[in-house]
Ligand binder design. Structure first.
Ligand code: HEC
Length: 229
């Protein structure tokens, strides 16, 4: 009986001690940190504010050096100047093979982005042209226009006068696929044979366009259009 009383007494003392301990706790400033390194790291915080010489902007984080190319991004070495438009028209080549997939995708994307103005056939008679919402939309066989794969790509990157840029809606591969379709529309308008898709066995995988994360030299193929007039 006595031992039982003592046990209860002990539990009571332990309980009181615990209450006393917890009551010391100030919730605004916790006085015990479990693994404090997690809260107060020894290293500098990337975006912390420091007054340290050599820390530009007072941060450890710095801007990438000039000329840095983000992973998976393909640089485009042409500006929106008349000289660079001419240069792109003359020398920029389509790196994609004429495959079933590329041609089908190009036709579909053209229908989404371009046909409203340029028309399904590329004759410049899209719905917006017919409704006179946009004027001066050329046919792809218009006399006096030099339409080459490089030029079609360039105009999608930067636009031209009332035509806007499509660089934010399409990626590099899609723009080249659209370019294939445009060159085929042009050929059809001019009564020349269109490019037929190659059979899979003829396609050289090593020359596929590198997209996404692939970090390698961009591959440029031999000229795939002979009509750079
Ligand atoms: C809002 C209407 C509109 C849309 C949509 C449009 N274009 Fe155009 N496009 C024009 C006009 C207008 C011109 C003539 C620009 C000029 O020469 O002043 C033009 C010119 C062109 C040219 C001739 C450029 C040159 O070098 O002479 C090409 C090629 C072309 N567009 C391709 C495209 C492709 C590909 C798309 C879809 C991704 C597209 N366009 C979407 C209105 C449009």
């Amino acid at each position: 009986m006595i031992t039982k009383m003592r046990k209860i007494g002990n539990i009571g003392i332990a309980f009181l001690a615990l209450v006393a301990l917890v009551s010391c706790q100030n919730s605004a400033t916790p006085n015990y940190q479990y693994m404090p390194n997690m809260y107060e790291p020894i290293s500098y915080e990337t975006y912390g504010e420091y007054d340290i010489e050599g820390f530009e902007n007072g941060q450890e984080a710095m801007l990438p050096v000039e000329g840095t190319i983000p992973r998976g991004f393909q640089p485009f070495d042409y500006t929106n100047s008349p000289e660079d438009i001419a240069r792109a028209k003359a020398e920029l080549k389509n790196p994609l093979e004429y495959t079933e997939k590329n041609l089908a995708s190009g036709a579909e994307l053209y229908g989404v982005y371009c046909a409203v103005c340029h028309g399904d056939k590329g004759d410049g008679l899209g719905i917006l042209a017919k409704r006179e919402k946009f004027l001066g939309i050329p046919s792809y066989d218009a006399a006096g226009r030099t339409i080459t794969p490089g030029g079609v790509y360039h105009v999608q990157m930067y636009g031209l006068n009332t035509m806007g840029s499509y660089a934010s809606q399409t990626n590099e591969e899609e723009r080249w696929q659209i370019t294939q379709h445009v060159m085929n529309l042009k050929a059809a308008l001019e009564g020349r044979p269109v490019m037929e898709p190659k059979k899979i066995s003829e396609v050289d995988d090593s020359q596929m366009l590198l997209t996404g994360d692939a970090m390698a030299e961009p591959v440029m193929l031999e000229e795939d259009h002979k009509d750079t007039h």
